[in-house]
Design a protein. Structure first.
Length: 154
């Protein structure tokens, strides 16, 4: 059975920039947005993560945590984030274990651009996996998903 809406989000711990290790369960009680993306420095990923970074004030106003996750190293993420002024953590799933648990790997083992919103209780309240990662969900859609989860919980 596929991981989806209403399921408890699989816990994980990954290395990331800028602060070291990030464990999902350490942020329970807050909405969390997981933005799985294929590769640092690629054109669409650059546009996507820059757009989310530009929206951080709005995410913060909702108490939401935003994490980008891809298979590249923490060093690659640090370079990518500093070049684009990305102001949220980028996590390294070098073994693709988190990608497997969230079912975002394509047939050749590459990350598919995917978004998960996890509500304050740890359940998946929004899920979008792409098949061809040439587009991404806009910041407004993610903000709406967080607000909708808050309304359903409240």
């Amino acid at each position: 059975m596929a991981l989806g809406l209403g399921d408890i989000a699989p816990d994980f711990e990954l290395k990331g920039s800028p602060d070291g290790a990030y464990r999902l369960s350490d942020f329970s009680g807050r909405p969390i947005i997981l933005a799985f993306y294929p590769e640092d420095h690629s054109p669409v990923c650059s546009l996507q993560l820059r757009a989310y970074s530009d929206g951080m004030d709005e995410f913060n106003s909702l108490g939401a945590v935003v994490w980008g996750i891809s298979p590249q190293s923490p060093e690659s993420h640090l370079d990518f984030a500093s070049r684009l002024n990305i102001n949220f953590p980028l996590l390294s799933d070098t073994e693709k274990e988190v990608g497997k648990s969230y079912e975002v790997l394509g047939p050749l083992g590459f990350y598919r651009r995917s978004i998960f919103v996890i509500d304050r209780s740890g359940k998946i309240s929004y899920c979008h996996r792409t098949t061809a990662g040439l587009t991404y969900k806009p910041t407004s859609a993610l903000l709406d998903a967080v607000k909708a989860a808050e309304t359903q919980e409240g």
